[in-house]
Design a protein around this ligand. Structure first.
Ligand code: ATP
Length: 926
């Protein structure tokens, strides 16, 4: 498979780079040579022109996803349904009996059903694909000497890429610089343990998992950082060769749809049994001919089969997913749509999700000296003041403050830029705020970076909660700057720097200051320094664990999002607990919790305390406490587990690579789209495009709505089938020789009402009460006893009304065709009136909102009326369906009778609301 670098006859130029070279066995220099790159590329990256040329030569860095099934197969799949088998069987038998029109209509219905299913399913799949594309990943590259964040699809061979923990490797990369880099390569090798990477060339024969000098596309960085050069993109990558992994077009299905398919099987079986009994009964008891009884039984089967239901359910689900995407919640795994509706607790991060993540450094505490800063946002216009003074200070007069600010801007990976007069941060917003503060104080950021170049560093990880960097000045000094969570930094400090010089660290003083800043809801950061030997070129944990010198505490403001405050209130009303699970300080977290009005904002449990509690006592606490601070990703996992063990359905947010297990474990793992790592997104069911807590509550609302709408579609469609089946059964049992409706008429009603009326219910907006009721119990079946009653009740009304008018017309001396035309129109009009009632399961609809709230309903009715007029009066339809003209008086009677369903169902709803106990309503109506 591999090819030696210096082959005697080089491949043609176009393919020279993307052939499968043994990149892992080359030294970085050899790799550059093979890629036709000059050595300077490591410092500068490719130029714009080089990128253009390579993009044209190698194409985009994309995997061509196989389209899965062919359109023909997808179309044929539409017939693979037991309900349809029964219809086809009925059609064949009817044809055998030479009832050509009936057989033709049955086949036409089967075909129309398949075409509708095919189109709708295609639409739903395309919508989902489009939504998934919103999740395309990014890569950090070095181009023209600048670090840029670009779409991974725009990478070309030769690009220099920076990798950091949480990233998904965007292409096949030959590494030439690593710092504690570990990669989880399960996507390629199936091995879930992360592997430490290196830069040394490995044996050419090494298998994928042993090629330590490479980072392969699609694998996940779990730790550390690395830099490398792209050697293969798109389909030329290793993952591109594993085509099986690429063909991942999801099916549009969920547990609920599967459950319904199962229900469909049983229903079919039931229908067949009843049809058989009907047949035997008619032949033996009434002595009808076998042919007549066969046709009657076919009518019964056809009547009872809800052909349109599966398609309507899929569409409802797809509409829900689209609505969620519009409100910034992108569903990655379809079943989450259903689970969202049952969520009973949301565990959310604080920073950026509940708060704005627009940080401003507002106060600095040095030893015995306090400072404040003016200005807002990232705009560096503002000043630094000595506490209680209104005169901006001169930084040179406060050397400790100066050093603390210098540390804050140097031990920092963010950068500030001005776009359209707006100041923006790229990188961590908190670090951006530190840069702004440095500029306010008068520091020149470029000068500082050049005067004190960074030699090495320890990146921030939420496990150790600090970041450190090693710097060398041009005058031969070397020192470490460190910033991080204050308790953590204090542990590492032996002394402190103040105006009077260095003295042993006064822990009590600093702890008091931390508490003071945190009580105001400020995020507290400590800054420390340590002089080291000039020869030291590497930085490791052992170098910072002790002997640090405390410089200052920084207090940053990050106010809660207004929308989050409103969303918390909505969730509380909707019976959903909101818990804040943050890496921040407990007191800061409580102060923010108060502003957010969390149910319990007076108690906090810290990560340390969590460790001392056993599962039993924590299980009790976890229900009552809403604020968890200084937690690590492992704590998150434990909290999700304990909440789930108590029967709660948990949505959990996360952004870091280590959050992945908790996200996977949660019922609805939710990753941050903007500040989240690829690792978190991969593990999540849902991604928030705007990182905003309010989007979760909107998604829950939509989840509940989808579930409601599916229920509404069912309680709307099934009574049609129930009513029709009852009509046929009653006719046979009562000994009628001519049924009130022929099989083709029944099919007409089923088809035409499904594609108009039932479909409009899929677009039903959320009910007003949707976020005012408690979450549904996930274990409850879709169709409660109450809904079954409703289906039976309406079926009966439909049967009595339709049969009644059929008999009435016959009693007036009208022929069978007219009586049947009246019966069919009665049934359809019943459906129209019942559609209004079905819009709300228990709320009244006889009001303006109820009657006009969903304009799809009104359009569907208008379309249906036109179809019914054609069905009744146009001569081709009359020939096909055996219908005949009916008079205005007959329409009057039809409307009078059929409107009864609206009155009766609304009366039933009223009685339930009025007389059923609160507990009963809570159990059956939510
Ligand atoms: P949340 O989990 O709600 O998003 P968080 O962002 O505060 O909270 P972490 O990112 O784990 O959680 O941060 C924990 C603590 O680590 C912070 O309170 C801060 O003191 C410190 N910290 C955060 N980011 C940095 C950084 N870039 N450099 C140094 N220290 C940091």
């Amino acid at each position: 498979m591999s090819q030696v670098v210096a082959s005697t006859s080089p491949p043609p130029k176009e393919t020279q780079v993307q052939v499968q070279e043994s990149w892992h066995a080359m030294t970085p220099e050899q790799a550059f040579e093979t890629l036709e790159l000059a050595k300077e590329v490591t410092d500068k990256g490719l130029s714009k022109a080089q990128v253009q040329q390579r993009l044209a030569q190698f194409g985009a860095n994309e995997l061509t996803t196989s389209e899965g099934k062919s359109p023909l197969m997808r179309f044929l799949d539409q017939f693979h349904n037991v309900l349809i088998y029964v219809l086809i069987g009925a059609g064949v038998m009817t044809a055998a009996l030479q009832h050509w029109i009936d057989a033709g209509v049955i086949f036409a219905v089967v075909l129309v059903n398949a075409i509708i299913g095919f189109i709708q399913e295609g639409k739903a799949e395309n919508a989902l694909k489009a939504i998934r594309q919103m999740l395309s990943s990014n890569a950090i590259v070095l181009r023209d000497g600048k670090h840029l964040t670009i779409k991974a699809a725009n990478l070309v061979p030769g690009d220099i890429v920076l990798l950091q923990s949480g990233d998904k490797v965007p292409a096949d990369i030959r590494l030439f610089k690593v710092k504690g880099l570990q990669v989880q390569e399960a996507a390629l090798t199936g091995e879930s343990l992360a592997i430490s990477k290196d830069t040394l060339a490995v044996n050419e024969q090494a298998v994928l998992g042993d090629r330590l000098s490479m980072a392969y596309s699609g694998t996940i960085i779990t730790h550390g950082q690395g830099t490398g050069v792209v050697v293969a993109t798109g389909m030329s990558t290793q993952i591109g060769h594993i085509s099986a992994l690429v063909a991942n077009v999801d099916n549009v299905t969920t547990p609920l749809l599967k459950q319904m398919a199962q229900f469909g099987h049983w229903l079919t079986l039931g229908i067949l049994v009843i049809a058989a009994i009907n047949f035997v009964f008619g032949v033996l008891v009434h002595g009808y001919s076998m042919t007549d009884m066969f046709l009657a039984s076919v009518s019964l089967a056809v009547a009872a089969i809800p052909e349109g239901l599966p398609a309507i359910m899929t569409i409802t689900l797809a509409i829900g997913v689209q609505r969620m995407a519009k409100r910034n919640a992108i569903i990655r795994k379809l079943p989450a749509v259903e689970t969202l509706g049952a969520v009973s607790v949301i565990c959310s991060d604080k920073t950026g999700t509940l708060t704005r993540n627009e940080m401003t450094l507002s106060s600095i505490a040095c030893y015995q000296q306090g400072f404040s800063l003016s200005g807002a946002g990232y705009d560096p216009h503002g000043d630094v003041f000595l506490e209680n003074s209104t005169v901006p200070l001169q930084l040179e007069q406060y050397p400790v403050l100066q050093q603390a600010l210098q540390a804050a801007v140097l031990c920092n990976d963010a950068s500030l830029s001005q776009e359209d007069s707006q100041w923006c941060v790229s990188g961590d917003p908190m670090e951006g705020a530190l840069l702004t503060a440095g500029m306010k104080s008068g520091l020149d950021l470029d000068f500082e970076a050049k005067a004190f170049p960074r030699t090495d560093f320890i990146p921030f990880e939420s496990e150790h909660k600090f970041m450190a960097s090693l710097h060398h000045s041009h005058h031969g000094q070397a020192f470490i700057y460190l910033k991080g969570a204050p308790e953590k930094v204090l542990e590492m400090c032996e002394s402190q720097l103040s105006t009077t010089g260095e003295s042993p660290v006064d822990k009590a003083y600093w702890l008091k200051q931390i508490e003071y800043l945190a009580q105001q809801g400020q995020r507290v950061l400590a800054i420390a320094v340590k002089q080291v030997e000039q020869e030291q070129r590497e930085l490791d944990f052992e170098h910072v664990e002790q002997g640090m010198v405390m410089l200052a505490l920084f207090g940053l403001i990050d106010p809660p999002r207004e929308e989050a405050i409103a969303a918390v209130a909505r969730c509380t009303k909707a019976g959903i607990q909101v818990k804040m699970i943050t890496g921040d300080h407990g007191i800061t977290a409580l102060a923010i919790a108060k502003q957010l009005k969390l149910a319990n904002s007076s108690q906090v449990l810290t990560g340390q305390e969590l460790d001392t509690l056993d599962d039993e006592s924590l299980a009790y606490q976890v229900l009552n406490i809403d604020v968890f601070a200084r937690v690590t990703p492992e704590h998150k996992l434990r909290l999700v587990r304990l909440l789930q063990e108590q029967g709660l359905i948990v949505a959990m947010t996360g952004d870091g690579v280590n959050d992945a297990p908790a996200l996977k474990r949660a019922d609805v793992g939710t990753a941050m789209g903007q500040n989240g790592t690829e690792a978190a997104k991969e593990a999540a069911e849902m991604v928030l495009a705007d990182d905003n807590f309010a989007s979760i509550s909107h998604a829950v609302e939509q989840g509940r709505t989808v579930y409601d709408n599916i229920k509404k579609a069912i309680i709307f469609i099934l009574p049609t089938n129930g009513g029709e089946a009852l009509i046929v059964l009653a006719a046979v049992l009562l000994g009628f020789t001519q049924l009130p409706m022929t099989p083709v008429q029944i099919l007409w009603v089923n088809m035409i009402t499904a594609v108009t009326l039932a479909l409009s219910l899929a677009f039903e907006p959320s009910e007003k009460s949707v976020m005012q009721r408690p979450p549904r119990n996930a274990a409850d079946p879709l169709l409660s006893g109450y809904l079954l009653w409703r289906i039976g009740f309406v079926s009966l009304i439909l049967m009595l009304g339709t049969f009644g008018l059929f008999l009435w017309e016959q009693a007036q001396g009208h022929g069978i065709n007219l009586a049947r035309t009246v019966a069919v129109n009665t049934l359809v009009m019943f459906e129209i009136f019942y559609l209004f009632s079905a819009r709300y399961i228990s709320a009244p609809v006889l009001n303006w909102r109820g009657l006009t709230g969903n304009y799809y309903v009104l359009i569907a009715i208008a379309v249906l009326v036109v179809f019914q007029l054609l069905f009744t009066y146009s001569s081709p339809m009359q020939t096909l369906f055996g219908t005949t003209d009916i008079s205005l008086a007959m329409w009057g009677r039809i409307i009078l009778v059929s409107s009864s369903v609206l009155v009766l169902v609304e009366l039933e709803k009223y009685l339930i609301r009025r007389f059923a106990s609160h507990a009963w309503q809570k159990r059956h109506l939510s």
